[in-house]
Design a protein around this ligand. Structure first.
Ligand SMILES: [Zn+2]
Length: 243
């Protein structure tokens, strides 16, 4: 995580200072059930700031804690107070990864265009990318198109056009081929399934447009490669490692 700008307090924009270290648990550590490691604890040095008064702590990725809320207040109420005082409307440290990420997600949600055509819902979402060396995200000018098809009762399912399927499978083929060259067994098994036109569970793929897409990818554009992979597979009984 490279970031050239210093972390600031979202309530008063003062530069945060490292005051101590603690085992603050990040979301990733929580999800992976890992023991949190030691991290720098950042605090606001401005004695007139609400975050200072509440003894609030940030870590480098921008996440915020109130270790001990003021008397008569629980953690949520105290955090809500800080959010109300915050100039960004969020509790994350300004210039941090978490703050930049939340801001980009908000902006993306706001600029998403949705067209409800009754049987279909068309959605255009602007794509963003992170500026190298910062936690700022900018629009790339590209849009992601999503089509949802009505299945009745106000419910919708994701709908893929032939070209969605084609490019999805082409990406899979390329990625699995690289995996195969690196000796990745899972990628090898996956590319073999594509070549043999099998689905995830090893049964023959029945979906018409998926069959067509795979046929072109495996047996028209990459016929030589697919043939070689298939021959090696037959010889080595799915244990091939090197082409
Ligand atoms: Zn402050």
């Amino acid at each position: 995580m490279t970031n050239t700008k210093s972390l600031k307090c979202p309530c008063c924009f003062s530069d945060l200072a490292v005051t101590h270290q603690g085992k603050y648990e990040t979301l990733i550590e929580h999800v992976e059930c890992r023991e949190p490691d030691m991290k720098d604890g950042y605090q606001c040095p401005n004695s007139r700031c609400a975050a200072y008064e509440f003894n609030g702590v940030w870590i480098e990725d921008g996440d915020f804690w109130i270790k001990e809320p003021p008397a008569g207040m629980n953690h949520e109420e105290a955090e809500q107070q800080i959010e109300n005082h915050s100039l960004t409307g969020r509790t994350y440290a300004v210039n941090s990864f978490s703050d930049g990420y939340e801001r980009y997600r908000d902006e993306q949600a706001k600029s998403t265009v949705t067209l409800n055509l009754h049987w279909f819902i068309l959605e255009f979402t602007p794509r963003f990318e992170r500026i190298e060396g910062s936690n700022e995200w900018v629009k790339t000018g590209k849009w992601k198109r999503t089509i949802m098809r009505s299945v009745g009762d106000g419910r919708y399912v994701h709908f893929m056009t032939f070209w969605d399927i084609y490019y999805y499978e082409l990406d899979n083929y390329k990625r699995n081929f690289i995996g195969l060259l690196e000796g990745d067994e899972e990628a090898t098994a996956d590319i073999l399934k594509m070549i043999e036109n099998e689905d995830m569970w090893g049964k023959k793929e029945k979906r018409f447009w998926w069959k067509i897409a795979r046929y072109f990818i495996c047996w028209v554009w990459n016929r030589g490669t697919s043939k070689k992979i298939k021959q090696y597979h037959e010889k080595n009984d799915r244990k091939l490692r090197v082409l």
